[in-house]
Design a protein around this ligand. Structure first.
Ligand SMILES: Cc1ncc(COP(=O)(O)O)c(C=O)c1O
Length: 406
């Protein structure tokens, strides 16, 4: 049996929506994009949603809107995807890495607090050049679909006057609450701007796509304008009876708008977001139960005050108990028909960041130590019972066969 790392869940209803869009005569940003934005804002409980062609675009626009400029400092996780930090470099601003929490693998709020305090005091930090520019923003990323410690990150941001831009590429839907008696808060309602991805393997998809959500009118307006060449009016309004041919360019913007073709798929997928989540939760629960008695493989922990979206199921190998390394483990999985992935080589170990900032692995010890142990198992809504059982069997068998003796 072969289990792919991911298989998109495209329903007949999704296809019908795309066909209806194609037949409508309106392909680019238009009524379906508007409808998707409204439905999405409603779904996450935010005032504004701006549909874009990627999460990377959303992160870029969010930083621009909160005023990040050349030389500014932005706190980002060391353990994240390229996009989270590269968008800071778009401004020739400085991504300041923060180490990971060993349990959630999200940004560690204590490390963020320490880093921000050191910047304030002008103390030397790894990879950084004194004197420091102004510290403007923090980009917590919800690793794998489990939200960061929102209260602790918010406290750091408040103390240092930082805008919070959430990288929620993995996270729809997901929830956080401060305590067992506090109300659940949805991802998208806890930051200044929250950025979602609809890339093919994400919780819902538009093929490629993203969304920026915010409660702030000023940020929404700026992001909307900058998403389309800095035009003061939406292009689709220009070409409808309600619009006019006239527009003004108020800033040198970007070309980040979502098409109606993508939005039609997004609208339909959003309607299935809870159903898709329930299917992933079921897979995750069976993985956790099935691997409970395999000490060589630590399964991810869902904290009691979080509701995980289970975009990823990243296990951590106990290499001290195994006679093979992570690469060999993944090769053995592949040989038995199970695809795997790794999220991620920490950014401070990536050649660009090593060469530009001179980082060494020990600068972010948690991220550096966890990286050789990480293996993301396949998890997606259309996984069959047989596929789930096969993954559990293969991972368990490899661990048992490679148990270190003595
Ligand atoms: C954590 C994280 N942030 C941002 C992105 C970028 O998303 P997009 O491909 O929609 O730009 C990804 C993509 O995988 C991601 O994993």
């Amino acid at each position: 049996m072969n289990v792919p790392f991911f298989r998109p869940s495209v329903a007949k209803a999704d296809i019908a929506e795309v066909v209806a869009c194609m037949e409508s005569g309106w392909l680019t940003t238009g009524p379906r994009t508007k409808a998707f934005e409204e439905a999405f804002a409603n779904f996450v409980g935010a005032k504004h949603a701006i549909a874009l062609n990627s999460c990377t675009a959303a992160l870029h626009l969010a930083l621009e809107a909160v005023g990040v400029r050349r030389g500014d400092l932005v706190l980002v996780p060391a353990l994240t995807f390229a996009a989270t930090a590269e968008v800071v470099r778009y401004f020739d601003a400085v991504p300041v890495f923060v180490d990971a929490d060993p349990v959630t693998l999200c940004m560690d709020p204590a490390a963020a607090a320490e880093t921000a305090a050191k910047i304030r005091r002008g103390e030397q930090l790894p990879g950084m050049t004194l004197p420091y520019g102004p510290m403007k923003a923090i980009i917590p990323m919800h690793y794998g679909g489990q939200m960061v410690d929102v209260d602790a990150i918010t406290a750091v941001a408040k103390e240092h006057g930082l805008a919070i831009i959430d990288d929620a590429a993995h996270t729809l839907p997901a929830h956080y609450r401060s305590s067992a008696s506090a109300p659940w808060r949805a991802v998208g309602s806890t930051a200044d701007v929250t950025c979602f991805s609809f890339y093919a393997n994400k919780c819902i998809t538009t093929g490629e796509g993203g969304m920026a959500v915010t409660d702030r009118d000023d940020l929404a307006e700026r992001m909307r304008i900058m998403s389309l060449h800095g035009m003061s009016k939406d292009a689709w309004k220009r070409f409808t009876a309600r619009g006019s041919w006239y527009y003004e360019i108020v800033a040198p913007g970007f070309k980040y708008n979502m098409t109606d073709v993508a939005a039609s798929l997004g609208l339909s997928q959003l309607g299935r977001a809870d159903e898709l989540l329930a299917a992933r939760v079921s897979v995750a629960e069976r993985f956790i139960a099935g691997l409970r008695d395999v000490p060589e493989v630590e399964t991810p922990v869902e904290l009691p005050n979080r509701k995980h979206s289970w975009h990823l199921f990243a296990v951590q190998l106990r290499l001290d108990l195994l006679d093979i390394d992570r690469s060999q483990f993944i090769e053995e999985m592949k040989a038995r028909g199970v695809a795997a992935s790794v999220h991620w080589l920490p950014l401070h170990k990536q050649p660009y960041y090593v060469q530009t900032y001179g980082y060494v692995p020990s600068d972010f010890p948690v991220a550096a130590a966890v990286w050789p142990r990480l293996v993301s198992l396949p998890i997606f809504p259309s996984m069959t019972d047989e596929e789930v059982e096969h993954v559990v069997r293969v991972v368990g068998d490899i661990a048992r066969q490679h148990r270190k003796l003595g």
